[in-house]
Write a protein that binds this ligand. Structure first.
Ligand code: ATP
Length: 442
């Protein structure tokens, strides 16, 4: 059995995601809400694991980065200072004939509809920020915005964090949280949505060190995806041309992944210079300059920002791990997810539902749960079908209790990728699996 061809691969992934409880359409029973998605029991674990892997790499394993969890709603002046109120716009055109809407910067011909050949409207600029009102009055003075990026919460807290945690550049502040953009052309499943989660880190550096840290983070972020199993040939780094750079950026490079719909941005690494700290100092009237105790001088550090999307990364891990292997009866669909990302780490399977096997399996299951290993117990249908279900969910290990277990208290461990099976004492399953998981994430 061959893997589906490229155009079909996305629809195969979307239907697997729904069938197995990774991702559902939001408000499906009401016909769905365009570009909004809900993560089901397996999806929520996968996405949490992605975020935890990011937090481990960016915060817990480092001495120079701390975390922050800022509010989604911020003072409206934040968005004036950051440039989002005036500049966070996309150019859009509509087809007068089929009514389809396009981003003008995605079209080569601004006159003719690429879908039906109809005439296009003139280009209009459209602000991507969602607006709402704070308090009971729905007037201009009560307008607030749903943040379109998490970064600004970090910039306005720069001195709070630096002083309370007593940090000295180079140091970073990391944040994971929801952002909202009223995208003109959402699509490609969870790739471009209007509500999404970002994983952003602002790394504040002495001005003279900006280029060195920019190179460092470009390298580190590419490595991160590969360390979690993304195939290197599916990743590339795309340095932005000067004309493409945002107004605040001195340089920017995207980590791109080859999705079934083509090479697309997973993450952007930007040199944001001192733009944001200076803008907020000016607009708030409170200087966010850092005081260097050694030189006794104030200065605005430069900022290197690796900005990733939790949903895009989750989608890339899902797509990249998907494989169809073997022929005929041997054929299987498998998600070769890295063990630290897999939603379920181990499935416990009694071979049959009698002869004391469920009891022995239940004991192992309880032991795994006690050791906080995310596990699943399944006694329904043939053992082959149960293995197949776990392969498709990306579960790296299955533990099978069979008749031999009842005589010598050993069980079989089956590994997802190699399908190798070996016996271990039932009492050591939890420690064996925990050691394997630790080894895989080392
Ligand atoms: P794009 O060019 O795809 O619109 P961007 O360059 O505007 O993305 P950034 O502002 O750099 O994106 O945001 C950082 C990251 O946040 C992106 O690399 C992506 O992973 C994620 N992200 C941004 N917009 C969306 C969206 N609409 N849906 C899902 N993730 C998003």
């Amino acid at each position: 059995m061959a893997a589906p061809s490229t155009p079909d691969l996305m629809s195969t992934i979307v239907s697997l995601a729904k069938r197995r409880g990774f991702i559902f359409q939001s408000s499906e029973i009401y016909g769905g809400l365009n570009s909004c998605w809900d993560y089901g029991p397996l999806g929520v674990e996968l996405k949490r694991n992605v975020k935890e892997a990011w937090w481990r790499a960016m915060v817990h394993s480092r001495r120079d980065i701390v975390g922050l969890d800022a509010s989604i709603l911020m003072h409206p002046d934040v968005w004036k200072a950051s440039g989002h109120l005036s500049g966070f716009t996309d150019p859009l055109v509509d087809c007068k004939n089929c009514k389809e809407r396009f981003r003008a910067d995605h079209l080569s011909d601004l006159k003719t509809c690429p879908k039906c050949g109809g005439e296009l409207t003139a280009v209009r600029r459209f602000n991507l920020m969602f607006k709402t009102f704070m308090g009971p009055l729905e007037d201009d003075s009560a307008t607030v915005y749903m943040r379109p990026e998490t970064a600004q919460g970090i910039f306005v807290n720069f001195l709070n964090v630096q002083q309370s945690a007593r940090l000295k550049p180079p140091f970073g502040i990391a944040q994971i949280g929801k952002s909202f953009r009223n995208e003109i052309t959402p699509g490609n499943f969870t790739y471009r949505t209007r509500e999404f989660e970002q994983m952003e880190m602002e790394f504040f550096v002495p001005v003279a060190e900006d280029e060195q840290w920019y190179d460092y983070w470009k390298h580190a972020r590419r490595e991160w995806y590969m360390s979690l199993g993304i195939k290197p040939e599916k990743l590339r780094m795309r340095e932005h041309a000067k004309e493409e750079l945002a107004h605040y950026a001195k340089a920017c490079c995207d980590v791109e992944y080859e999705f079934p719909f083509g090479w697309s941005e997973l993450e952007g690494i930007a040199n944001r210079t001192d733009f944001d700290l200076k803008q907020h100092s000016e607009h708030s009237g409170k200087s966010l300059a850092y005081f260097d105790e050694e030189t006794k001088q104030h200065y605005f550090p430069y900022v290197i920002e690796p900005a990733a999307g939790a949903d895009r990364a989750t989608l890339a891990f899902l797509v990249d791990s998907y494989a169809v292997e073997g022929e005929g009866k041997e054929a299987r669909t498998v998600l070769r997810l890295h063990p630290s990302l897999a939603p379920i780490k181990v499935a416990v399977l009694p071979l049959v539902k009698r002869d004391g096997m469920p009891e022995a399996a239940e004991k192992i299951y309880a032991d795994l749960l006690k050791n906080s290993v995310r596990s699943f117990y399944d006694h329904a249908s043939s053992i082959g079908r149960r293995y197949a279900r776990q392969d498709e969910a990306g579960t790296p290990y299955c533990v099978t209790v069979d008749s031999q277990t009842l005589t010598d208290e050993t069980v079989t461990i089956r590994e997802r990728d190699s399908r190798v099976q070996y016996r271990v004492p039932a009492a050591t399953v939890a420690t064996t699996i925990a050691a394997k998981l630790k080894e895989a994430s080392a």
